[in-house]
Ligand binder design. Structure first.
Ligand code: AP5
Length: 246
């Protein structure tokens, strides 16, 4: 599936500097799904703040203990905690050609912090390094409300390989089992109707202002996320080609 959607991507894309790409969109918009296509095409890492936080919750780290109740309510984890976590991740050597931010930034404060952080990371780097920490390209996935609800309530994922399925749109070959490694699929604790409503509210109030933030800086690309997965990916790669990221 990835091969078809990224067929037009420059064959050297896995060696060249791509820079930061942000996937922006409400819960269920398909950020994680589309991030996997970008990882395959460019060979740069996906940094999902939701995944890192869930991992911390599972390991009962200090951060995980602080984040657990907030996430279960569908609220946002405090900016300082998330920014520190992202700062650590950006230092890893696999970010040197670029990285995909999935679910970050989610507030204007986080976006301002990221701009400052990238600027700091650019300072003192050679031309390649400077491009790796250039201002980000932001892909906004626009999806209708009812579609979001169905995607979130139908989502299942593989705890071993991370593949994402949907009982309505992308079911596994054998119900409840990962096609790749046979692991039983799981449902996220925050994918209940009650918590989904809170997550969508938090998105409207705190994250939607980022559309203006990045739009006014001419960094925003809008993609119609209502389409089938492959069509969304094709539109996304087409848009990235126009900004010379592929
Ligand atoms: P996080 O894990 O980031 O969740 P989210 O933003 O709510 O996004 P989702 O992962 O639910 O959706 P997605 O857009 O990735 O969709 P997916 O591809 O999976 O955050 C969880 C929590 O952590 C937050 O609530 C918050 O508490 C905390 N947090 C995280 N980051 C934070 C931050 N920066 N600041 C503060 N707190 C933070 O797809 C969904 C389903 O739809 C799947 O089943 C998929 O198969 C299906 N699907 C995808 N695309 C399509 C398509 N085109 N057509 C049909 N089905 C599709």
């Amino acid at each position: 599936m990835g091969a078809q959607a990224s067929a037009t991507v420059n064959p050297n894309a896995k060696e060249r500097v791509v820079g930061p790409i942000i996937l922006l969109g409400p819960p269920g918009a398909g950020k994680g799904t589309q991030a996997k296509f970008l990882v395959d095409a460019f060979g740069i890492p996906q940094i999902s703040t939701g995944d890192i936080l869930r991992d911390n919750v599972a390991r009962k780290t200090e951060l995980g203990v602080k984040a657990k109740a907030v996430m279960e309510r569908g609220d946002l984890v405090p900016d300082e905690l998330v920014c520190d976590m992202v700062a650590d991740r950006l230092q890893q050597p696999d970010c040197a050609r670029g990285f995909i931010l999935d679910g970050f930034p989610r507030t204007v404060r986080q976006a301002e912090w990221l701009d400052g952080q990238l600027e700091k990371m650019r300072a003192g780097k050679d031309a390649q390094g400077q491009r790796a920490y250039a201002p980000p390209v932001v892909i906004r996935l626009v999806v209708e409300y009812n579609q979001l609800l169905q995607r979130l309530t139908g989502r299942r994922s593989c705890p071993t390989c991370g593949l994402i399925y949907n009982v309505y749109y992308q079911p596994p070959k054998v119900p409840g089992v990962c096609d790749c490694d046979g692991t039983p699929l799981v449902q996220r604790r925050d994918d209940t109707e009650e918590v989904i409503a809170e997550r969508l509210k938090a998105y409207e109030q705190l994250t939607l202002p980022l559309v203006d933030y990045y739009g006014s800086r001419r960094r925003l690309i809008e993609v119609d996320g209502n389409q089938p997965v492959e069509a969304v990916a094709a539109q996304m790669f087409g848009a990235l080609e126009n900004v010379n990221r592929v």
